[in-house]
Ligand binder design. Structure first.
Ligand code: GLV
Ligand code: GLV
Length: 328
């Protein structure tokens, strides 16, 4: 009997076809609407494999309904949407899609940094709204990137890719990470600091750490207060890492210069959210990994992981390797 698989969103057809070759597939076939909780609750009871996105919250309550589930393949590098401990206790393999999206996500992180520093969105609106009457000396002036200090919080794959870009722009690079990385420091010519020093000395503070209880509200009122008045905050990681109320206040009262966000505490962010009233915020709808090529690769990679696990092979990227040796 073929294993049963549920896919929680309409995927690129190549990935679906690949899974269909050896599995019985059911799929939530809408592209722009996440699967409703009650549908997922029903589907998860029977299946052997689940292919999901970061929009699905796979908490313990839901996992307790999964009687046959062997693998959750998440089409994302972040997996804070999954209760990994509960999955591990139930012997369910969890896989994610790192590496393929590293450079693409570093690109958008740098793009947000540049757009925010040089007020690109505001300037574009200014032109389109007919406000451009003449060239004038201080019109739409922003912040320099060349020669500035960037502080990277979280020196993982994306953090390193960001450091390389910053080097290319002649920036001075600081980083803060749970562990100091001596080799990388030498290789990239970057400097380790504590969080407080990084916040005080950086012109750009860039958040690239995974979301966990330890990083929840890592940037809140006190941290924003430590930052320079001219500093810019960029977050392309997960919304919960930055406290949005505190950020709103800091931006509104010009305690910091600007922010660029690709991620939010609640996604999609409500159009009534106070942050969206601010001119010194550049906001994008969680598109960090959204190049065509990378998203196709992520979809394919997550399909491979699912099939590997159902085949009793170890997926190329596994979040909870412990379970593999114990479960299969
Ligand atoms: C996107 O945010 C991801 O985690 O892949
Ligand atoms: C994510 O892949 C990271 O390690 O930065």
């Amino acid at each position: 009997m073929k294993p049963k698989v549920y896919i929680t969103r309409k995927l690129p057809s190549e990935a679906v076809e690949k899974i269909k070759q050896s599995c019985e597939v059911r799929m939530w076939d809408k592209e722009d609407v996440p699967v409703p909780r009650d549908v997922l609750e029903k589907e998860i009871t029977e299946v052997d494999g689940l292919y999901c996105l970061l929009t699905e919250s796979l908490d313990e309550e839901l996992l307790n309904k999964a009687n046959n589930l062997k693998v959750i393949s998440n089409m994302a590098v972040g997996y804070n949407n999954i209760d990994v401990e509960a999955a591990t206790n139930k012997g369910i393999i969890v896989s994610n899609t790192p590496d393929v999206l590293t450079e693409t996500t570093a690109d958008i992180t740098f793009a947000l940094l540049m757009a925010t520093a040089r007020r690109l969105v505001e300037a574009s609106d200014y032109l389109r709204e007919g406000k451009w009457k003449t060239w004038s000396p201080m019109q739409l002036t922003g912040q320099d990137i060349f020669g500035a200090t960037i502080g990277i919080i979280g020196l993982g794959r994306i953090g390193k890719a960001m450091a390389r870009r910053a080097n290319g722009f002649g920036m001075n690079v600081l980083y803060y990470n749970r562990s100091q990385k001596n080799e990388t420091e030498k290789e990239l010519g970057i400097t380790y600091t504590d969080k407080e020093t990084l916040l005080k000395e950086s012109d750009y503070v860039v958040v690239l750490t995974p979301y966990s209880p330890e990083t929840h509200n890592l940037i809140s009122g006190p941290e924003l207060e430590m930052m320079k008045k001219s500093a810019i905050l960029i977050n392309t990681s997960r919304g919960g890492i930055v406290n949005e109320k505190a950020l709103y206040k800091a931006l509104k009262e010009n305690e910091i210069y600007a922010a660029g966000l690709d991620v939010f505490e609640e996604e999609p962010i409500s159009l009534n959210h106070p942050l969206l009233t601010l001119p010194n915020l550049v906001a994008t709808p969680h598109i960090g990994s959204a190049s065509r090529k990378t998203r196709l690769k992520m979809a394919d990679m997550a399909a491979d992981h699912l099939l590997q696990a159902l085949n009793k092979e170890k997926p190329d990227h596994i979040v909870n390797p412990k379970v593999f040796s114990e479960a299969l």
